[in-house]
Structure formats: C-alpha cells, structure tokens
Design a protein around this ligand. Structure first.
Ligand SMILES: *[C@@H]1O[C@H](CO)[C@@H](O)[C@H](O)[C@H]1NC(C)=O
Ligand SMILES: *[C@@H]1O[C@H](CO)[C@@H](O)[C@H](O)[C@H]1NC(C)=O
Ligand SMILES: *[C@@H]1O[C@H](CO)[C@@H](O)[C@H](O)[C@H]1NC(C)=O
Ligand SMILES: *[C@@H]1O[C@H](CO)[C@@H](O)[C@H](O)[C@H]1NC(C)=O
Ligand SMILES: *[C@@H]1O[C@H](CO)[C@@H](O)[C@H](O)[C@H]1NC(C)=O
Ligand SMILES: *[C@@H]1O[C@H](CO)[C@@H](O)[C@H](O)[C@H]1NC(C)=O
Length: 480
C-alpha cells in the first residue's frame, strides 16, 4: 500500500487519513500453483534436493530465471493509461508473465504488447471495508489479486510478485535476490517502509506493497485458498498490503526482509537514499511521480530512462556503492554506480559515507517529532554549499565484452576554497566489469573496491572498480 499515513490520530486501528489522490496503490498478494521442478538437467549451479512434496524423487533445482515469476500488478481502469509508461520501463514482453488487474476493463483496449495484459479483478464488493471515509475500497479487490492470479493456472511458477502500477522493478535483480531462497517453502519477501511512523502504524513485519513483494508459490497457493476468510476479519485495516500481511501472519509465516525493495515513503530529493544503497541488488523503486526527478534537469520519466541505461548495461551493479580514497590529494570518492559520484575533497571516514545524506523530506507532515525519522542512518547536510561534496551525475554508459564505462558529469558549482585541480575537474569515468553475483556473494555480500587510474586529462579523472583483496581494508593512506 502506499502509505499515506497520519499517526496523529487517536483511534488506534484506523484512522489514517490518507491523502492524496494516489489511488490505487494498495496491494496485493498472491500465490500460486506450483510446480515442481522441472527435471531438467541444466548444469549450471544446480543443486540436488529431495522434493518433499512429490514423493522422494531426486530433483534437480535449476537456477531461477525471470520466466519462473508471475506478476500481479494492481491498477485501475482510469489510471492505467498514464501509469503504463512506468511498467514499460522494465517489462520484457517475451519473457515476463503476469497481469495488470483493474476493476473495470476500459471499453477500448489497445492490446499494447510492450506491457502486461489487463485482467479483470474478481468482484470483491461483498467484502466489508470500514477503514474510514478517505480509504480505498479497492483494497479488498487488490488483496484478492493473489487468488485471481493463482486461479489462472500459470505453469512452472516459483514466485508470485506483487506491485503497484508505479512500482519500478529491476527484474534481473529481483531474480537474483529470490534465487537465495527455496521457492518450495513458504516465503514472504519484501521490505518495510523507510518511514518510522509508517512502520509503527502498519508493521515492521509487513512488506509494503508499493515497494513490491514476492510470495513463494507454495505459500501463495495456501494464501489464495484462505484470503477471503481473512478479508472478512480485517475490514478495519487500510490497504491491501496490510490485509495480505495479516493473513500471512495468521498462517504463522513472517517477512523475509530484503533491503533492495524500496517503498520510498518520502518526498523531494531522494539523492541520499539512492547514493547509499546497501550492498544488495536494487530490486524496486516506488512513488517515482511523487519525488523529484532522480537526475537534475530531466523529467521524471527521462530520469528513470537514464537510470535504465545503466541498468541495461549492468543491472546488478546499479546503485552499488564503491569508495576510493585518493591518497595523493587526500580526496574521497563515493561512487553510486550508474547514478552519481560524491567527491569529498578531504578524508571522509567510510562509516560516515554509508549514512544517507538527509536530502529528502517526510512523506507527510503531521507535526509529530518523528515525521523525519527513518529506519536507516542519516547524515546532516552541510549548511554551507561549499562544505558539501562535489556531485557528479551519470552522463554516458557504454559497454563491450571487456566491461562497462560509465561517465559522470559535474553538477556542483565551484567554490572559492576549492583547489585549482578540483575547480578544473568536469567529469569522471568509471570502468567496471559486469557484475554477476553467485549464490555465495548474494548470501555473504561484500562491497567492491576501486582505484584512481592514472590519467593525463586535466578536466577528467578515471576510476577502476574491482573486487577487493582478501583482507583489504579501505581507508585513507596518507602519503607523507
Ligand atoms: C505525474 O504527476 C503529474 C503532476 O502531478 C501528473 O500530471 C501526471 O499525470 C503524473 N503521471 C503519472 C504517470 O501518474
Ligand atoms: C484488442 O484485442 C481484442 C481481443 O482480442 C479485440 O477484440 C480488439 O479489437 C483489440 N483492439 C485493438 C485496438 O486492436
Ligand atoms: C459485484 O457484486 C455485487 C453484489 O455482490 C453486485 O451488486 C455488483 O453489480 C457486482 N459488480 C459487477 C461489476 O459485477
Ligand atoms: C485452473 O485449474 C482448476 C483446477 O484444475 C480449474 O478448475 C480451473 O478452471 C482452471 N482455471 C483456468 C483459468 O484454466
Ligand atoms: C555521450 O555519448 C554521446 C553519444 O554516444 C556522445 O555524443 C557524447 O559526446 C558523449 N558524452 C561524453 C561526455 O562522453
Ligand atoms: C578488450 O581488451 C583487449 C585487451 O586489452 C583489447 O585488445 C580489445 O581491443 C578490447 N576490446 C574492445 C572491444 O575494446
């Protein structure tokens, strides 16, 4: 659900005054049909497992791919035409399966094959909804997407994925993250909100629907069977994601938190969030039309398309942070790959760099002192512009079989106290190899290292990203 929350209300369960017209974002669940393993003899990293459900056939667990996922996206007939540009950013028509569920099918359907087909939600109007005057009746319809999509009997489904029509997924990264888990057991995978108040109101154990979440096919099947009885018991809750969460809780399952899912319950400039992504693949972004464009001087959509240039070249590396200490000049570079580089013209301790610069504003101002409390560390932005890091934003992306080159163009102005070398610096080129994390690296993540490469250009620097040495420590090594 999109969290439009307001904690300053008195009646506990419910009052969340919601705001905004952002409609349907509530969300959903899922489930599945199952499939057990196709017994294919694919060799790459197969694991032998005993199939617990279908007798004791020795089964081969082939790597999970995007073909194993089925998406159930929640939308509405009158907003879909605007929102489908977001889904088109990531949808791969020939490889991805799923539906966009609407309450009423539009009269004219354009059969646009670059996005998933529209599917009519089942009629949920008989279920009670008492949250309050500003809530969304569609919450019941959205919650039932899990039942509707399981009933469609897709074959060979490992995971059902739920999201809003303004959730941007990074499908390759989603597959990577899900591949850590055995889809034959019950899993409910996603992330809570960034906002302290939203998590207090809903639950730290809830996967927020706007950030998207995944449910293993075995859990989805069971959820589908039981969702209607849960809808009867939770008429007083706000959205669909909290209904899904409540039903999963009744079954005794809980959230597996994956920090690559992003609900983005914040407004304004999300630079701080994007520049300090944890060491895990970026799975989703949400509320993209509520926050500022992620690149300056672009529209929202152009900015997202720009990020996808990097994602298309090296999906798993997008937003991954690498920090280089340039001992010679005592400068610190923090690269958020495919997005931006912060250059601190001094020695910036690594643990400080990992805190998100507080560039964003709260989703809703309720007057509560906790409005700007987040569930990650933030760092105050320096008051004086000249004390802030010099920022470079992604400019160009190119790749060949040897790797990827991304270039970043200076955005910040010069300041009087900058040394001449810094005043002249206009762009930074970053060289890297395509990241393809194996299961060990996914389970035991480690940030990569980087080096400043020799370069003769006066207005440009070059950085090479590489795996760190065995026990390499990353800090400023003073040269004299
Ligand atoms: C994004 O927001 C703008 C301004 O509020 C609105 O005009 C536009 O229709 C929105 N776009 C989508 C896709 O929702
Ligand atoms: C879309 O497909 C439906 C069903 O196949 C068909 O009836 C309709 O004419 C198509 N619409 C367009 C615009 O092609
Ligand atoms: C949904 O069901 C209700 C009765 O439960 C009925 O009144 C309504 O017309 C139905 N809506 C649609 C679109 O079929
Ligand atoms: C899915 O399978 C069930 C059970 O075999 C069947 O009753 C149902 O009609 C099927 N649904 C579709 C859409 O094929
Ligand atoms: C970026 O790429 C475009 C087209 O590939 C090229 O025209 C432009 O010069 C490049 N810019 C930089 C800074 O390399
Ligand atoms: C890749 O690197 C090799 C060895 O450095 C070089 O010979 C080759 O030209 C490079 N390929 C491309 C497409 O740049």
């Amino acid at each position: 659900m999109k969290s439009h929350y307001n904690l300053s209300q008195s009646k506990p369960q419910i009052k969340f005054a919601l705001i905004t017209s952002s409609i349907f974002a509530l969300f959903i669940c899922i489930f599945v049909v199952c499939f057990f393993p196709t017994i294919s003899m694919t060799l790459m990293s197969t694991r032998k497992l005993i199939d617990v459900e279908s007798s004791s056939i020795q089964d081969v667990y082939t790597p999970t791919s995007v073909e194993h996922l089925v998406f159930g996206l929640g939308s509405g007939g009158n907003v879909w035409s605007k929102r489908k540009d977001y889904v088109r950013l990531y949808w791969k028509p020939n490889r991805m399966r799923g539906c966009v569920f609407v309450g009423v099918l539009p009269k004219l359907q354009d059969n646009d094959s670059s996005v998933p087909p529209l599917c009519l939600s089942s009629n949920a109007s008989r279920f009670p909804y008492t949250w309050g005057p500003t809530g969304h009746l569609s919450a019941n319809r959205m919650t039932r997407i899990v039942k509707d999509i399981v009933a469609m009997n897709y074959s060979n489904v490992r995971w059902y994925v739920f999201g809003d029509d303004d959730t941007i997924f990074f499908p390759e990264n989603l597959v990577k993250v899900l591949s850590k888990y055995d889809y034959r057991h019950w899993y409910y995978i996603g992330a809570p909100s960034e906002s302290f108040l939203a998590n207090q109101y809903f639950s730290y154990g809830m996967a927020f629907g706007g950030g998207g979440f995944a449910i293993s096919s075995s859990l989805a099947r069971v959820l589908a069977k039981n969702i209607d009885s849960c809808l009867e018991r939770y008429p007083y809750l706000y959205g669909s994601d909290v209904r899904t969460y409540s039903c999963i809780s009744e079954l005794g399952a809980g959230l597996t938190h994956e920090p690559g899912f992003h609900q983005v319950d914040m407004l304004g400039n999300t630079f701080g969030l994007l520049a300090t992504h944890p060491v895990t693949p970026l799975v989703s972004l949400h509320h993209v039309n509520h926050t500022d464009p992620i690149f300056p001087r672009m529209t929202n959509m152009n900015a997202l398309q720009h990020l996808f240039k990097a994602a298309n070249a090296d999906s798993q590396r997008v937003l991954q942070q690498t920090i280089c200490y340039y001992n010679k000049l005592v400068w610190t570079f923090a690269v958020s790959w495919g997005y931006a580089i912060q250059l601190f013209p001094y020695n910036m301790p690594l643990p400080e760099i990992l805190k998100a610069p507080h560039t964003f504003k709260p989703w809703k101002k309720t007057g509560n002192v906790m409005d700007s409390a987040y569930n990650f560390n933030t760092r105050k932005i320096e008051r004086n512009i000249c004390d802030r890091p010099v920022v470079f934003y992604l400019d160009n992306v190119s790749s060949d079989q040897n790797g990827t080159m991304t270039s970043y163009k200076r955005s910040s102005r010069n300041c009087p106290q900058h040394v001449p070398t810094l005043k002249k610096l206009k762009s930074i080129k970053v060289f890297s190899r395509k990241l393809d994390l194996d299961i060990i690296q996914l389970r035991s993540p480690r940030r990569q290292c980087c080096d400043i490469l020799p370069s003769n250009a006066k207005d440009q620097m070059e950085i090479g990203i590489r795996e760190c040495g065995d026990e390499e420590l990353n800090f400023m090594k003073w040269e004299n």
